[in-house]
Design a binder for this molecule. Structure first.
Ligand code: ATP
Ligand code: MG
Length: 578
């Protein structure tokens, strides 16, 4: 995993290297301090040599200052490297997610992707930062303190033979316990984010159903689960501390026990014994540091795995095998015995044996009950999903032959659940085609019957839409989405139930404008109201993933029972809901 994440330190490796050098030197300076101290106590004080004491004291101050400067530099370098690494990692994930197909995104869930992009990345960046300091300091301190302690008294150093294995066993025990808990911790975070994200995105629905209490409970449940997991995980981390202290002080007592007779026998100098104590504490402290780092690494590994998953996910719709020079020749659309299902594992086909041929420039209506797979059918044209069997062709060539960019530039789709972005109306329209001229914007707005209400807006095209386009009505939003799609000047224009919130008269005006302004564009219109597709060149009646009937309005009235039923039921309601 380290190998997979290492490339993202690009641009910050020299900071890492420098930081590591600073941390290591800082540790060495800190260790040398007690030796000078021992000199003062052992040589300077017994001799009563004030000049010597002052000189050594000045040296100590100097060493402390150098050590401080190194420490500050190390902290600066490590936070710089950590932040840079985190930023690289976030950007890489974000860019990779942009290539995901709908299916890839459904696999992770948006909430989990958000956690991986934010929380997991922060954990990793913090681990690098702390790791650069502690991971370097701890071994350097450990080894040098050990060497110095042994050089003072080999006999007394034997206490380490007991204390160190004890500590190591303790560390290993805690890590094996805590590791699965950390993975769980990230998963619980995903769940909390899911609730928050869903709730905030649908806050209007929640309010209109007065379900705030229910939502609060739902949140509380997830939040409590997160707290419980965190408590358990960090419980182990915390218990680690007192146990380590116990071993440390136990060791100190043992050294006193065995050291005192040595001093009495004159084998060991008192000053050296006190220095020895400093080193023992340092050895044990660095072991504690190691245990903390291990803990952090365990958590970082849990986060790292999740980030690597995002980075390694293969987008299942790619430009592989595409001819980048190929452009969509015309707006003809063909389905050659196409079948499709959303999940490979499921028994049921969502689309079965669709055979449909649409000539360029035609207007095609698609009618069918909810869940009859109308949206599923048209989503295969811009390759939002990939046909499981059969071939979908646009402009006479399979959709896989084009690069995604060229295909989707030629096939403009207004999704059933569409969104506008925060920003002005103009910005939203230009999002479809950033090079559109003022005239093109005007004519697209005319065609989508949006020009009129935009004119009435206080600042016209410059009106700010607020987050997700809250400032416009449902029907106005739909018309803006249509205008945005037209601006791309597509060869194929697909409207998935895109005029459902527009009144019938405006709906008819939009269709009339399509006919005159976009004569060469193939128009595929999914609608609930038959009146919206009545004048189409071809009407497709979908039923449970199959084409039930096909033909013009007149033909279908004669041949299709489903069509006739729907038509009649809608006729009856004409007066009431027009
Ligand atoms: N992302 C998805 N993953 C799995 N199944 C899906 C997905 N989207 C739709 N389905 C299933 O596919 C079937 C067809 O759905 P589709 O959205 O194409 O219907 P539709 O005809 O557009 O309905 P509506 O008129 O309500 O928009 C439904 O049974 C639905 O449960
Ligand atoms: Mg639909």
């Amino acid at each position: 995993m380290m190998k997979k994440l290492w490339p993202y330190t690009r641009g910050y490796r020299k900071w890492i290297l420098l930081g590591v050098v600073c941390s290591a030197s800082e540790a060495v300076f800190e260790l040398l301090l007690p030796l000078v101290m021992a000199d003062i106590v052992g040589v300077g004080i017994p001799a009563g040599d004030t000049a010597y004491i002052l000189k050594r004291g000045a040296l100590m101050v100097l060493m402390a200052l150098v050590s401080m400067a190194l420490g500050i530099s190390a902290a600066f370098l490590s936070s710089r490297a950590g932040q840079g690494f985190g930023a690289n990692l976030r950007q890489a994930q974000y860019n990779h997610i942009q290539e995901y197909s709908f299916r890839n995104i459904e696999k992770f869930s948006t909430a989990s992707l958000v956690t991986r992009l934010t929380n997991d990345c922060s954990m990793l960046q913090m681990s690098l930062m702390m790791g650069m300091r502690l991971l370097v300091r701890a071994p350097v301190m450990l080894v040098s303190a050990l060497v110095l302690a042994i050089s003072i008294s080999l006999k007394l150093s034997r206490v380490f033979l007991v204390a160190m294995p004890l500590l190591l066993v303790l560390i290993l025990f805690v890590i094996t316990k805590v590791s699965p808990l950390f993975t769980g911790l990230q998963e619980r975070t995903d769940e909390v984010n899911l609730v928050v994200q869903e709730n905030l995105a649908a806050i209007r629905v929640v309010k209109s159903f007065v379900r705030e209490d229910y939502e609060e409970q739902k949140f509380k449940k997830r939040s409590d689960a997160l707290r419980a997991t965190a408590e358990r995980a960090f419980g182990f981390v915390i218990i680690n501390m007192p146990l380590m202290m116990l071993i440390t002080y136990g060791t100190i007592i043992a050294v006193m026990w065995y050291g005192a007779p040595l001093v009495q026998a004159g084998e060991l100098d008192v000053a050296l014994l006190s220095t020895f104590f400093t080193y023992i504490t340092q050895v044990l402290m660095s072991l504690m540091m190691v245990s903390m780092i291990m803990m952090m690494i365990t958590r970082a590994i849990a986060c790292g795995k999740r980030v690597v998953e995002v980075l390694e996910e293969q987008p299942d719709i790619t430009d592989r095998g595409a001819d980048f020079s190929l452009r969509v020749a015309d707006g003809s659309v063909d389905f050659d015995h196409v079948s499709f299902k959303y999940s490979q594992g499921s028994e049921k086909w969502n689309l079965q044996d669709i055979d449909l041929h649409i000539p360029s420039g035609a207007t095609v209506g698609i009618i069918g009950g909810t869940g009859s797979a109308k949206s599923t059918l048209v989503q295969l044209i811009p390759r939002l999903y990939e046909a499981s069997q059969g071939t979908v062709r646009v402009g006479g060539r399979p959709v896989t032959a084009y690069s995604m960019e060229h295909l989707r530039d030629a096939v403009s789709m207004v999704l059933q659940k569409n969104t506008l972005f925060s920003g002005t109306i103009r910005e939203n329209l230009l999002w479809g085609n950033e090079n559109a001229s003022e005239e093109e914007i005007q004519s697209a707005c005319e065609a989508a019957c949006a020009a009129e209400f935009i004119r009435r807006m206080p600042q016209g095209l410059e009106t700010d839409l607020g987050q997700g386009g809250v400032n416009v009505s449902g029907g106005q939003k739909q018309r803006l989405c249509i205008a945005r799609a037209i601006l791309k000047k597509p060869k194929v224009l697909i409207l998935d139930d895109s005029t459902s919130a527009v009144d019938t008269a405006t709906d008819a005006r939009i269709r009339a404008a399509f006919r005159t302004q976009l004569p060469d564009t193939t128009k595929i219109i999914i609608a609930q109201r038959i009146i919206s597709v009545m004048d189409a060149d071809l009407i497709v009646v979908m039923d449970d993933g199959r084409i039930a009937d096909m033909g013009t309005h007149e033909e279908l009235m004669k041949t299709s029972e489903i069509y006739r039923d729907v038509y009649q039921s809608q006729q009856e309601g004409v007066g009431a809901n027009g």
